[in-house]
Design a binder for this molecule. Structure first.
Ligand code: MG
Length: 264
Protein backbone atom coordinates (compact mmCIF):
# COMPACT_ATOMS: atom_id res chain seq x y z
CA UNK A 1 0.00 0.00 0.00
CA UNK A 2 1.25 3.47 -0.92
CA UNK A 3 0.73 6.00 1.86
CA UNK A 4 0.97 9.80 1.74
CA UNK A 5 2.16 11.36 4.95
CA UNK A 6 0.47 14.24 6.75
CA UNK A 7 2.48 17.35 7.67
CA UNK A 8 2.55 16.05 11.25
CA UNK A 9 3.94 12.70 10.13
CA UNK A 10 6.50 14.42 7.91
CA UNK A 11 7.65 16.49 10.88
CA UNK A 12 8.23 13.32 12.91
CA UNK A 13 10.08 11.69 10.02
CA UNK A 14 12.22 14.80 9.61
CA UNK A 15 13.15 14.63 13.30
CA UNK A 16 13.99 10.94 12.96
CA UNK A 17 16.01 11.75 9.85
CA UNK A 18 18.10 14.34 11.71
CA UNK A 19 18.91 11.76 14.38
CA UNK A 20 19.90 9.27 11.70
CA UNK A 21 22.08 11.79 9.86
CA UNK A 22 23.86 12.76 13.06
CA UNK A 23 24.49 9.11 13.91
CA UNK A 24 25.86 8.43 10.43
CA UNK A 25 28.23 11.36 10.91
CA UNK A 26 29.43 9.95 14.25
CA UNK A 27 29.95 6.54 12.64
CA UNK A 28 31.83 8.05 9.70
CA UNK A 29 34.24 9.72 12.10
CA UNK A 30 34.68 6.47 14.04
CA UNK A 31 35.57 4.29 11.04
CA UNK A 32 39.27 3.39 11.10
CA UNK A 33 41.57 0.46 10.41
CA UNK A 34 41.56 -2.10 13.23
CA UNK A 35 38.02 -1.37 14.39
CA UNK A 36 35.61 -4.32 14.55
CA UNK A 37 32.29 -3.79 12.81
CA UNK A 38 30.60 -4.96 16.04
CA UNK A 39 32.08 -1.88 17.72
CA UNK A 40 30.38 0.32 15.14
CA UNK A 41 27.13 -1.49 15.85
CA UNK A 42 27.38 -0.80 19.58
CA UNK A 43 28.26 2.82 18.94
CA UNK A 44 25.31 3.24 16.55
CA UNK A 45 22.80 1.83 19.02
CA UNK A 46 24.10 4.01 21.85
CA UNK A 47 24.07 7.14 19.69
CA UNK A 48 20.54 6.49 18.38
CA UNK A 49 19.14 5.85 21.87
CA UNK A 50 20.98 8.84 23.32
CA UNK A 51 19.08 11.02 20.86
CA UNK A 52 15.70 9.53 21.82
CA UNK A 53 15.31 7.18 18.88
CA UNK A 54 15.14 3.41 18.59
CA UNK A 55 17.34 1.27 16.32
CA UNK A 56 14.86 0.62 13.52
CA UNK A 57 16.42 -2.54 12.14
CA UNK A 58 16.90 -4.34 15.46
CA UNK A 59 14.30 -7.08 15.83
CA UNK A 60 12.70 -6.32 12.47
CA UNK A 61 12.34 -9.48 10.36
CA UNK A 62 14.42 -11.10 13.13
CA UNK A 63 17.48 -8.94 12.42
CA UNK A 64 19.66 -8.91 15.56
CA UNK A 65 21.76 -5.76 15.08
CA UNK A 66 21.43 -1.96 14.78
CA UNK A 67 23.45 -1.53 11.60
CA UNK A 68 24.35 -3.51 8.53
CA UNK A 69 28.02 -3.44 7.58
CA UNK A 70 28.81 -4.58 4.06
CA UNK A 71 32.54 -4.73 3.33
CA UNK A 72 34.12 -4.98 -0.15
CA UNK A 73 32.24 -7.63 -2.17
CA UNK A 74 29.30 -7.45 0.26
CA UNK A 75 26.61 -5.37 -1.43
CA UNK A 76 24.08 -5.02 1.40
CA UNK A 77 22.81 -6.67 4.61
CA UNK A 78 26.25 -7.63 5.96
CA UNK A 79 26.28 -8.54 9.65
CA UNK A 80 28.48 -6.62 12.10
CA UNK A 81 30.84 -8.85 14.05
CA UNK A 82 34.44 -9.37 15.11
CA UNK A 83 35.77 -8.68 11.61
CA UNK A 84 38.21 -5.79 11.85
CA UNK A 85 38.38 -3.14 9.18
CA UNK A 86 41.51 -2.70 7.08
CA UNK A 87 42.78 0.37 5.28
CA UNK A 88 41.26 0.50 1.81
CA UNK A 89 38.18 -1.57 2.69
CA UNK A 90 34.95 -0.35 1.11
CA UNK A 91 32.46 -0.21 3.98
CA UNK A 92 28.73 0.37 3.54
CA UNK A 93 26.93 1.23 6.78
CA UNK A 94 23.14 0.97 6.55
CA UNK A 95 20.96 1.83 9.52
CA UNK A 96 17.60 3.26 10.48
CA UNK A 97 15.94 5.24 13.23
CA UNK A 98 12.45 4.64 14.58
CA UNK A 99 10.93 7.67 16.28
CA UNK A 100 7.30 7.90 17.40
CA UNK A 101 6.35 4.92 15.23
CA UNK A 102 7.94 6.37 12.07
CA UNK A 103 10.95 4.95 10.25
CA UNK A 104 13.88 6.50 8.44
CA UNK A 105 16.58 4.61 6.55
CA UNK A 106 19.97 5.71 5.20
CA UNK A 107 23.27 4.17 4.09
CA UNK A 108 26.74 5.56 3.44
CA UNK A 109 29.83 3.97 1.91
CA UNK A 110 33.24 4.95 3.28
CA UNK A 111 36.74 3.92 2.36
CA UNK A 112 38.44 2.81 5.56
CA UNK A 113 41.47 4.98 6.25
CA UNK A 114 40.20 7.72 3.93
CA UNK A 115 39.72 7.95 0.15
CA UNK A 116 43.46 7.90 -0.53
CA UNK A 117 43.66 4.40 0.99
CA UNK A 118 41.97 2.97 -2.11
CA UNK A 119 42.89 3.12 -5.81
CA UNK A 120 41.18 5.79 -7.95
CA UNK A 121 38.84 3.24 -9.56
CA UNK A 122 37.46 2.33 -6.14
CA UNK A 123 37.06 5.95 -5.09
CA UNK A 124 35.22 6.57 -8.35
CA UNK A 125 32.86 3.65 -7.67
CA UNK A 126 31.92 5.13 -4.29
CA UNK A 127 31.56 8.64 -5.71
CA UNK A 128 29.46 7.47 -8.67
CA UNK A 129 27.08 5.55 -6.42
CA UNK A 130 26.64 8.65 -4.27
CA UNK A 131 26.07 10.81 -7.37
CA UNK A 132 23.48 8.30 -8.59
CA UNK A 133 21.64 8.64 -5.29
CA UNK A 134 21.43 12.41 -5.73
CA UNK A 135 20.52 12.08 -9.41
CA UNK A 136 17.64 9.86 -8.34
CA UNK A 137 16.62 12.24 -5.57
CA UNK A 138 16.51 15.12 -8.06
CA UNK A 139 13.74 13.26 -9.91
CA UNK A 140 11.46 13.18 -6.86
CA UNK A 141 9.32 16.06 -8.11
CA UNK A 142 5.56 16.46 -8.00
CA UNK A 143 4.09 15.27 -11.30
CA UNK A 144 6.99 12.99 -12.15
CA UNK A 145 6.95 9.20 -12.02
CA UNK A 146 8.90 6.79 -9.87
CA UNK A 147 10.43 5.35 -13.06
CA UNK A 148 12.20 8.69 -13.52
CA UNK A 149 14.18 7.95 -10.35
CA UNK A 150 15.08 4.45 -11.52
CA UNK A 151 16.21 5.68 -14.94
CA UNK A 152 18.33 8.46 -13.45
CA UNK A 153 20.13 6.06 -11.12
CA UNK A 154 20.86 3.57 -13.89
CA UNK A 155 22.05 6.31 -16.24
CA UNK A 156 24.81 7.30 -13.82
CA UNK A 157 25.85 3.68 -13.36
CA UNK A 158 25.82 2.92 -17.06
CA UNK A 159 27.83 6.05 -17.87
CA UNK A 160 30.57 4.87 -15.53
CA UNK A 161 30.46 1.26 -16.69
CA UNK A 162 29.40 -0.02 -13.27
CA UNK A 163 27.22 -2.99 -12.44
CA UNK A 164 23.84 -1.50 -11.52
CA UNK A 165 22.32 -3.88 -8.97
CA UNK A 166 18.57 -4.17 -9.56
CA UNK A 167 17.27 -7.68 -10.21
CA UNK A 168 18.77 -11.11 -10.39
CA UNK A 169 17.22 -14.57 -10.70
CA UNK A 170 13.74 -13.16 -10.17
CA UNK A 171 14.69 -11.28 -7.00
CA UNK A 172 14.97 -7.52 -6.61
CA UNK A 173 17.13 -5.21 -4.53
CA UNK A 174 16.40 -1.50 -4.37
CA UNK A 175 14.57 1.32 -2.66
CA UNK A 176 11.10 1.47 -1.22
CA UNK A 177 8.38 3.57 0.27
CA UNK A 178 8.84 4.24 3.99
CA UNK A 179 6.74 5.59 6.86
CA UNK A 180 4.99 3.71 9.63
CA UNK A 181 6.68 0.67 8.17
CA UNK A 182 10.30 0.40 7.10
CA UNK A 183 9.32 -1.11 3.78
CA UNK A 184 6.21 0.25 2.11
CA UNK A 185 5.09 0.19 -1.51
CA UNK A 186 6.26 0.89 -4.06
CA UNK A 187 9.58 -0.78 -4.73
CA UNK A 188 11.99 1.81 -6.17
CA UNK A 189 14.07 -0.11 -8.64
CA UNK A 190 17.61 0.96 -9.51
CA UNK A 191 16.85 0.48 -13.18
CA UNK A 192 13.63 1.40 -14.96
CA UNK A 193 11.90 3.49 -17.56
CA UNK A 194 11.36 7.21 -17.20
CA UNK A 195 7.72 8.23 -17.39
CA UNK A 196 6.51 4.92 -15.96
CA UNK A 197 5.24 3.85 -12.57
CA UNK A 198 3.68 5.64 -9.63
CA UNK A 199 2.95 9.32 -10.13
CA UNK A 200 4.77 11.47 -7.57
CA UNK A 201 2.60 13.50 -5.23
CA UNK A 202 3.29 15.60 -2.14
CA UNK A 203 3.57 13.56 1.04
CA UNK A 204 5.06 10.47 -0.54
CA UNK A 205 8.30 9.37 1.14
CA UNK A 206 10.86 7.02 -0.34
CA UNK A 207 14.14 5.39 0.60
CA UNK A 208 16.30 5.67 -2.52
CA UNK A 209 19.29 3.32 -2.53
CA UNK A 210 21.55 2.71 -5.53
CA UNK A 211 24.04 -0.16 -5.32
CA UNK A 212 26.83 -0.34 -7.89
CA UNK A 213 29.65 -2.82 -8.39
CA UNK A 214 32.95 -2.77 -10.25
CA UNK A 215 31.79 -5.89 -12.06
CA UNK A 216 28.50 -7.61 -12.79
CA UNK A 217 24.98 -7.15 -11.48
CA UNK A 218 24.39 -10.61 -10.03
CA UNK A 219 24.41 -11.52 -6.37
CA UNK A 220 23.96 -14.38 -3.93
CA UNK A 221 23.04 -14.57 -0.25
CA UNK A 222 25.48 -16.18 2.16
CA UNK A 223 24.57 -19.05 4.49
CA UNK A 224 23.94 -16.55 7.32
CA UNK A 225 20.68 -15.77 5.49
CA UNK A 226 21.41 -12.03 5.35
CA UNK A 227 24.66 -11.06 3.67
CA UNK A 228 24.28 -10.27 -0.03
CA UNK A 229 27.56 -10.55 -1.95
CA UNK A 230 28.34 -9.79 -5.58
CA UNK A 231 28.27 -13.02 -7.59
CA UNK A 232 31.61 -12.25 -9.23
CA UNK A 233 33.33 -11.03 -6.07
CA UNK A 234 33.60 -7.47 -7.34
CA UNK A 235 33.64 -4.51 -4.95
CA UNK A 236 30.30 -2.84 -4.25
CA UNK A 237 29.10 0.53 -2.97
CA UNK A 238 25.71 1.54 -1.58
CA UNK A 239 24.23 4.94 -0.70
CA UNK A 240 20.74 5.65 0.61
CA UNK A 241 18.60 8.52 1.83
CA UNK A 242 15.01 8.90 2.99
CA UNK A 243 13.37 11.61 0.90
CA UNK A 244 9.95 13.27 0.98
CA UNK A 245 8.22 14.63 -2.12
CA UNK A 246 7.14 18.23 -1.48
CA UNK A 247 5.57 20.93 -3.63
CA UNK A 248 8.86 22.82 -3.70
CA UNK A 249 11.00 19.80 -4.52
CA UNK A 250 12.59 16.79 -2.84
CA UNK A 251 13.22 17.08 0.89
CA UNK A 252 16.13 14.86 1.95
CA UNK A 253 15.25 13.91 5.53
CA UNK A 254 18.53 12.10 6.24
CA UNK A 255 21.04 14.43 4.55
CA UNK A 256 24.40 14.48 6.31
CA UNK A 257 25.55 17.81 7.69
CA UNK A 258 26.44 19.99 4.68
CA UNK A 259 25.69 17.22 2.22
CA UNK A 260 22.78 18.73 0.29
CA UNK A 261 24.80 21.85 -0.41
CA UNK A 262 27.94 19.89 -1.28
CA UNK A 263 26.25 17.58 -3.76
CA UNK A 264 23.69 19.94 -5.30
MG1 MG B 1 16.32 0.82 2.59
Amino acid sequence: MVTRKSPQELAVMAAAGRVLADVHQVLAEAVRPGLATAELDRLAEAEIRRRGGLPAFKGLYGYPHTIMTSVNDRIVHGLPGPRTLRAGDVLSIDTGVLLEDHYTDAACTWIVGGPEAAPPAVRDLVDATRRALWAGIAQLRVGGRIGDVSAAIAAVGDAGGYGVVADHDGNELGGHGIGRRLHEDPMVRNRGRAGRGLRLRPGLVFAIEPMFTLGGTGWRTLADGWTVVSADGSLAAHWEHTVAVAEDGPRVLTALPGEAAATA
